[in-house]
Design a protein around this ligand. Structure first.
Ligand SMILES: C[S@@+](CC[C@H](N)C(=O)[O-])C[C@H]1O[C@@H](n2cnc3c(N)ncnc32)[C@H](O)[C@@H]1O
Length: 391
């Protein structure tokens, strides 16, 4: 028991959720103090609202009050409230926070801000480098040593007698989600049997179908209504369509004709294309389709233990991956499964697959701090899948 008469062994994620949902006046009495690790995790995941949810006056009697004040100050600065930010930081100093730690946290904040500015300026690579520098400057290790789970051994890790699919015969250079990762995802859903599943990034609905076909789950899935646009203004997901069966009223562009026929491109992650596969297969009644930028999705209306599984497979930019991961973990129950797509630490993959490179770098940096939230965490080899079971 702590000096406050509270049990100090507690579930960090639940406590953060509780802090967020409770009336701030009750925080001091009902919520156990955060450990440094938890507050750092919230900071790295950009959870400014949570970090500023406790008024400074109520931190007086909390353990690690100097850290709370510092993190709140840094979060206020991220939210643009420099006055409150300064107030909290000077309170942190008064409560004994070291100058070194203050400098470290504020520097991290500067890199986050630079990352956002470069992103808005369409400088994606620079943006990513700033975010990675921010994550690393705050982390004890440069990278999380994310364990590898061989696909052959995954049934033991998951405690099931169900055998995994056979290893793909293809190398990473011509790895295809539909052919090479889909059987593994199917297997994970079959073993885990979620009742409520959340997916970031619907696209045409393949991932949702894998879950719908292997379980009785209801699936919540999020996608930008008008599709993703690259920094240069072009579509992130466009395909030339010839004679395929396609959804009604697609968003399309016509570029004349060539020897194959009309040059028509469809935006395959916009409008009627979003989720057409699950509708065509008759699963529409089991899906809650959410149309928004996932960074704007309000996860706070869902109870913290609402989802049994989450698939993070939306935008690949650093800030989207961080935001989706944070929201996923805030609504995933203890024992729930989180799956990230496009994660592959194989060093060669980074040379020809920029998406996997970006997602892997960000998650390695992020998981150095939040890795403690999982009872199992591992890259499934061979695949583009990282899987975790929340503690
Ligand atoms: C890789 S695809 C998803 C594939 C899908 N999960 C599947 O299994 O077939 C990524 C999707 O995320 C969407 N997306 C990108 N950025 C997003 C954002 N910020 N919010 C919501 N959706 C986003 C894209 O429009 C695209 O449809």
């Amino acid at each position: 028991m702590s000096k406050h008469g509270l049990d100090t062994t507690w579930d960090t994620a639940n406590a953060i959720e509780k802090t967020k949902k409770d009336d701030v006046c009750q925080i001091n009495h009902e919520v156990k103090p955060y450990s440094l690790e938890v507050v750092k995790g919230a900071w790295l995941m950009g959870d400014w609202e949570r970090l500023t949810s406790c008024p400074i006056g109520e931190m007086q009697d909390m353990e690690n009050r100097e850290i709370h004040a510092l993190m709140a100050g840094a979060a206020y600065m991220q939210l643009g409230d420099v006055k409150l930010g300064r107030l909290c930081v000077s309170q942190a100093r008064e409560w004994g926070c070291s100058k070194h730690l203050i400098a470290k946290v504020l520097t991290t904040g500067v890199y986050f801000t630079l990352g956002r500015a470069e992103f808005l300026n369409n400088q994606r690579l620079k943006s990513q480098n700033h975010v990675i520098t921010a994550l690393r400057s705050f982390s004890n290790d440069n990278e999380a040593l994310i364990p590898t789970v061989d696909l052959d051994n995954i049934s033991a890790v998951l405690g099931t007698s169900l055998l995994p699919p056979p290893l793909s015969m293809h190398g990473f250079i011509d790895w295809v989600m539909e052919r090479d990762d889909a059987p593994i995802l199917r297997y994970l859903f079959k073993v885990h049997q979620p009742k409520r599943h959340l997916e970031f990034g619907t696209w045409q609905g393949l991932g949702a179908c894998l879950c719908l076909e292997e379980t009785n789950a209801t699936v919540w899935t999020i996608n930008l209504h008008d599709g993703e646009t690259k920094p240069d203004g072009s579509w992130a997901y466009g395909e030339r369509v010839l004679n395929e069966q396609v959804p009604n009223d697609p968003v399309s562009m016509n570029f004349g004709e060539d020897d194959k026929g009309p040059i028509v491109y469809h935006r395959t992650d916009a409008g009627s294309y979003i989720g057409w596969m699950y509708r065509q297969k008759g699963y529409g009644h089991r899906v809650c389709q959410i149309y928004c930028d996932s960074r704007q999705w309000d996860a706070s209306n869902y109870p913290p233990d609402f989802f049994d599984s989450v698939f993070v497979d939306g935008g690949h930019q650093s800030d989207v991956v961080i935001s989706d991961t944070r929201k996923a973990l805030s609504v995933l129950r203890t024992g729930g499964m989180i799956i990230w797509h496009d994660f592959c630490p194989d060093t060669e993959v980074a040379t020809y697959n920029p998406v996997a490179k970006e997602v892997t770098l960000i998650l390695q940096a992020l998981l150095a701090e939040i890795g403690g939230m999982f009872s199992h965490l591992g890259w499934i080899n061979p695949s583009m899948i990282l899987m975790g079971i929340k503690k």
